[in-house]
Design a protein around this ligand. Structure first.
Ligand code: SF4
Length: 323
């Protein structure tokens, strides 16, 4: 075995073995959770990292992602603005630091930006980095020059999700490709950014698609791997999606598989946590080590105090990173 393989220490699950994990009978789920949980404790202890997200730019996106309220296909009634009020952005940043949360995530709708817009974002990043906050931007495709501008401003991490498998991708988006996303991530990794990349479950994809997406993420080895469970939004093409497949058991199997395939990543249960894991916090946190405390782009989330209580009640501590 070579050194790189040793360092990776990922169980070398084959594609068929990964599919079999999603097919685990519900009566064998506890054993699967135990298997995933041992990796969670090995690499993450009993800490839970918490994030909040500020929507710095909302709506009017040129892209047509079928799940997204901000897309050009969406008629969902959402706030639309080019820049969130700066006071709100900095107040959210203070909130992250006051509560000693792990990271401040900043979402921007859109796929392409001008250099002038990136410089405006860089200015805001420099200001927040004065507080020492660990910052992540969820942002579309950057040119290498733009990515370097953000790196120089102090941005730590970039979120760029794969969302689904390569072969399913055309069903959810026609304005850019899966491979453009993969190339963008590799460019960002080459510049030294930490990467947050994951997907959305429940858009009509097969179990094979879920596995293929996670295998691609195993290649990428992101620092964080967020899994979103679809919350259909009225006015989007997936507004009436059939989500009957998203039982708590199935969602748990997906998260277990993510932990088994990319064990060292922060495995995050992002959108859908309050719906699909209601009253299952303890079990959930034995597999994932990362959650959002409030707000998933335009969807409301559980409040911070409730979230902290759910974590401590379940016997975990929350991570203090950004103080
Ligand atoms: S997910 Fe991002 S790129 Fe796709 S429509 Fe929404 S804001 Fe635009």
């Amino acid at each position: 075995m070579n050194t790189a393989a040793c360092e990776k220490e990922a169980p070398s699950l084959s594609r068929d073995e990964a599919i079999a994990i999603l097919d685990t009978p519900d009566e064998e789920l506890e054993a699967l959770i135990d298997r995933a949980s041992s990796l969670r404790y090995k690499y993450k202890g009993n800490r839970v990292s918490i994030h909040i997200l500020t929507n710095a730019r909302s709506g009017n996106c040129s892209q047509d992602c079928a799940y997204c309220a901000q897309s050009c296909r969406s008629t969902a009634d959402i706030d639309k603005y080019k820049w969130v009020d700066e006071d709100k952005l900095y107040q959210d940043n203070d909130f992250v630091n006051d509560y000693h949360l792990s990271r401040h995530c900043i979402g921007l709708s859109g796929m392409k930006f001008t250099d002038k817009e990136i410089e405006e974002l860089a200015r805001r990043i420099r200001k927040m980095k004065e507080q020492g906050t660990h910052l992540c931007c969820s942002i579309g495709f950057l040119t290498e020059h733009q990515a370097k501008m953000l790196k120089e401003a102090g941005l730590d991490r970039i979120n760029h999700n794969l969302n689904s498998s390569r072969s399913f991708y055309h069903n959810i988006c026609s304005t850019h490709t899966f491979d453009q996303r993969v190339r963008n991530i590799h460019m960002l990794q080459g510049l030294g950014f930490e990467i947050c990349s994951g997907g959305i479950i429940g858009m009509g994809e097969s179990k094979e698609d879920v596995v293929d997406m996670l295998l691609e993420l195993r290649e990428i080895q992101p620092e964080a791997l967020p899994i979103n469970f679809l919350l259909p939004i009225k006015g989007t093409p997936l507004g009436n999606a059939d989500i009957s497949q998203l039982t708590t058991e199935y969602c748990m199997k997906v998260l277990c598989l993510a932990r088994l395939l990319v064990p060292k990543a922060d495995i995050r249960c992002a959108a859908g946590r309050e719906v699909y894991f209601k009253d299952e916090e303890k079990k959930l946190l034995s597999v994932v080590d990362s959650i959002f405390a409030s707000g998933y782009l335009t969807e409301g989330g559980q409040g911070i105090e409730d979230t902290l209580k759910a974590i401590t009640d379940a016997g975990f501590t929350y991570e203090i990173e950004s103080a």
